[in-house]
Design a protein around this ligand. Structure first.
Ligand code: SF4
Length: 495
């Protein structure tokens, strides 16, 4: 029985999601403002907080773990899931997520599209029981079912669920969207088998696409009229015209009311002031998509929205979902939060592209800001220039000094990339460790291995990183972390 126009699902398995994701609540709010109805279902958090704790799941995972190779067991020494990973320091957390996720997904090491699709047709005890308990009772409530994917690790569950929905509820329209879908855009023409389970893939922002898709399911328009989708017709993959981005000043406040907010390990809501990155030039970046031009809105609107969300959900902590809020916008947001007495705390990614003064960081603190995240990547200014990082020598150190004096925590991202020798990386680590030791707990370091995204800036700089791609790259679904070979010195830190 139809209860709403669209059922919007955030699927398992995404262990790195410790707070609600913003995309679906944003689409849901948009649909409601346009007279449509929708329900958001975060199956990932239910999977990770309720389902994983059941005796039944424990037994399935134990059987699965026992059957795996000794090499696998070295990487993943326990079959039982521990929520403690959420509090681990970064390196351990990433290794835990990477070693444990394969136990929750079917055994597939190639990540080739055909292998993943084939697995979706095989019975998977874990997904099957979860589907029957949590998704099947919901699936008949909408003609349109949309899945949002942050990365490829959610694809096995999406395809499994899509297959089961099509078997149990013929005639449903199934869509897949989210950052992973957009990152996969250039490969989709070669992913024709995907469209046997997914009716269409949505690219970029989903608001107008899902709105039109609802009209399609109600017979009011044709598939070729739905903007920004990729679909298949008579064996040919087609891409419809991309719709203009929604005007951020006109997008309504995200609607988190369907989500079980008490279940998230990080009790925090995402808010957003901009889309795209104001800089957008770092040559290793896989966050910026080719069409994602920077757009910002009036910070007064964002401040009012944060206060309204905090009052509505009685949750006063926010994490800004922007790729990097530029300093002038941080200052304006802080002033507006103070002006309206928002009484919230918040954290944000930004850029150390100017010297943050003590007055500035004090203003941020006064508005409730407690933590900033910046990419510094390496201690060597010349190397940073080669990476097109756009950070001048001394800016980060000045920013740290100001944060220390103001009580703001600062997290710095460091990058281990092809071309950086072990010696140089260690030297850089020693430099930042020293800053950390002297920071009285202000500075934390987050080191990441370089990842090659299909739509990333780095795909334009393969020679710089000495990268060659394997033959079957076009059908590899790891669109944010493609496999590659490099002839430059490089030793990965993570599994
Ligand atoms: S790495 Fe960060 S600052 Fe650089 S282009 Fe990407 S999002 Fe922007």
């Amino acid at each position: 029985m139809q209860k709403q126009d669209a059922l919007l699902i955030f699927p398992p398995v995404a262990l790195n999601m410790r707070m609600p994701e913003m995309g679906l609540p944003q689409i849901s709010a948009w649909l409601k403002s346009r007279g449509k109805t929708s329900k958001v279902l975060d199956l990932n958090i239910i999977f990770l907080s309720e389902w994983i704790k059941t005796k039944e799941t424990d037994e399935i995972l134990f059987r699965r773990w026992k059957a795996r190779s000794p090499e696998f067991k070295k990487l993943c020494p326990k079959h039982s899931f521990s929520q403690e990973y959420a509090e681990m320091e970064h390196v351990k957390q990433i290794n835990y997520i990477r070693s444990y996720t394969p136990l929750l997904n079917p055994d597939n090491s190639s990540w080739q599209l055909n292998d993943i699709i084939q697995k979706a047709y095989e019975k998977d005890e874990l997904f099957e029981k979860f589907y029957c308990k949590y998704l099947a009772p919901e699936a008949d409530t909408s003609k349109l079912i949309g899945f949002e994917l942050m990365n490829h690790e959610q694809l096995p569950a999406v395809l499994y669920f899509a297959r089961r929905i099509k078997e149990d509820f013929p005639g449903k329209t199934i869509a897949a969207g989210g950052p992973w879908a957009t990152a996969s855009q250039s490969a989709l023409p070669k992913w024709q088998p995907l469209f046997s389970l997914i009716d269409f893939v949505c690219l970029y922002a989903g608001e107008k696409t899902i709105e039109a898709a609802i009209d399609f399911t109600n017979g009011k328009c044709k598939k070729e009229d739905i903007p920004s989708i990729v679909w298949q017709e008579n064996g040919t993959v087609r891409e419809n015209k991309l719709s203009p981005f929604p005007d951020l000043s006109k997008t309504p406040m995200p609607d988190y009311s369907d989500l079980p907010l008490r279940l998230y390990p990080k009790q925090c809501l995402p808010a957003r002031n901009s889309s795209g990155c104001v800089w957008g030039k770092c040559i290793f970046c896989y966050h910026c998509f080719p069409r994602n031009k920077y757009n910002e809105r009036n910070t007064e609107q964002t401040a009012l929205e944060m206060k309204a969300l905090a009052d509505k959900h009685n949750l006063r902590r926010f994490s800004m979902a922007d790729l990097a809020i530029p300093s002038h916008q941080l200052a304006e947001l802080a002033k507006n939060l103070i002006k309206i007495k928002a009484n919230v705390t918040w954290e944000s990614l930004t850029r150390a592209d100017m010297a943050f003064s003590e007055n500035f960081t004090k203003l941020l603190y006064l508005s409730g800001c407690r933590q900033l995240f910046v990419g510094v990547e390496i201690d060597d200014p010349e190397e940073r220039q080669r990476l097109k990082k756009g950070i001048k020598e001394g800016n980060f150190e000045k920013m740290l000094e100001s944060c220390m004096k103001s009580g703001l925590r600062l997290d710095a991202f460091l990058l281990n990339y092809p071309g950086i020798s072990e010696e140089k990386l260690n030297e850089s680590m020693r430099y930042f460790e020293k800053l950390k030791e002297n920071s009285n707990g202000t500075l934390s370091l987050v080191i990441a291995d370089f990842e090659l995204g299909r739509a990333s800036n780095s795909i334009q700089y393969l020679d710089f990183f000495g990268i060659t791609l394997p033959e079957n790259i076009d059908t590899d679904v790891r669109s944010f972390s493609l496999p590659f070979n490099t002839n430059k010195p490089w030793k990965k830190i993570f599994l």
